[in-house]
Design a protein around this ligand. Structure first.
Ligand code: ATP
Length: 297
């Protein structure tokens, strides 16, 4: 696999045995080092699409390529080991210590145990974990710590691509916010190509360079930067999705890591204005102009 890690979905369709049409016809290119978030209601095909990247799911038709190579032509085991995968509730092996969980894939890929452990220690520091926790078992950690281990494990083989399936879905809102912020820090340094799945639009706007809003059947309702989607929702479905739950909250803008984040009265991120450092953001939306949306009935 090349090092650009450009991911392409070309007219992919997935019909599961039994007849569920999870994805009708989905095409998208994820650029090198880009973070793309798939967001949509339950059952809209987000996880199915993400799993096509590492061949945990094979499309019924269409193809997924990485740097131009059809993943169908790649060995699935090698492919999975070369792509970081972080899932909800961390997915850690319960009978293995934290260190063993983090080092499994690097050792399978040929690292010496010693090198893998050294690297694991560094990664634990990167994700904000005390190295002493390495000897514990997952059940001896808090939910937030488990998720951090999950992120460290996803990064352990230094993959170019990171797949994150509701990675912070199982932790409380405060820890979730901390983990989101840390992911933003990490991504600034690591610059992975990230596909991130969530059903939380606030999270999508915070972590995504681009956000893909899906209808059932993996149909794209809108794809764009958070700014574009907030400024011009494509239709009522998107407007309602984006505004859902926002009601009459007072929105304001906070500067975080050089980015203007729209924050609601509860301190939750509602969007990002002006994406990259150095990028002019004269067209940034006044928070007053953001769609407040009706609470969906
Ligand atoms: N292995 C499977 N066999 C049969 N049907 C499946 C399978 N996996 C998913 N589905 C169905 O495909 C559809 C899309 O599922 P998928 O998990 O991709 O959606 P999702 O958007 O990730 O949902 P959620 O937010 O609930 O995780 C759903 O109707 C689901 O029931």
């Amino acid at each position: 696999m090349g090092s650009k890690a450009v991911i392409g979905f070309e007219n992919v369709r997935k019909e599961y045995p039994g007849g569920t049409l999870a994805v009708e016809d989905f095409s998208l290119e994820v650029a090198s080092h880009e973070s793309v978030v798939l967001v949509g209601t339950s059952g809209s095909g987000k996880t199915t699409l993400m799993r096509m990247v590492n061949r945990m799911v094979d499309p019924t038709s269409g193809r997924v390529h990485i740097d131009g190579d059809d993943v169908a032509s790649l060995d699935p085991v090698q492919l999975r080991r070369s792509i970081g995968y972080v899932m909800q509730a961390s997915g850690l092996l319960p009978h293995h210590t934290v260190l063993d969980n983090i080092t499994t894939v690097p050792v399978l890929r040929g690292s010496s145990r010693r090198d893998a452990r050294t690297r694991a220690g560094e990664l634990m520091e990167t994700v904000g974990l005390d190295a002493a926790l390495g000897r514990r078992y997952p059940w001896q950690l808090s939910g937030g710590q488990q998720q951090r281990v999950g992120v460290a494990r996803g990064l352990a083989a230094d993959p170019n691509i990171l797949l994150m399936d509701e990675p912070f879905g199982a932790v409380d809102p405060i820890v979730r916010r901390e983990l989101q912020q840390e992911l933003l820090h990490l991504q600034r340094d690591l610059k992975k190509t990230i596909v991130f799945v969530t059903h939380d639009i606030d999270e999508a706007f915070l972590v995504g360079d681009r956000v893909v809003i899906l209808r059932p059947g993996g149909i794209i309702a809108q794809v764009g930067t958070p700014q574009e989607i907030l400024a011009e929702p494509a239709d009522d479905f998107v407007a309602s999705f984006v505004g859902a739950d926002r009601g009459t909250r007072t929105l304001h803008v906070e500067r975080v890591d050089g980015r203007d984040i729209v924050v609601d009265a509860d301190g939750r991120a509602a969007g990002v204005l002006g994406r990259s450092p150095g990028e002019q953001s004269p067209d940034a939306q006044s928070p007053d102009a953001l769609p407040t949306g009706e609470t969906p009935s």
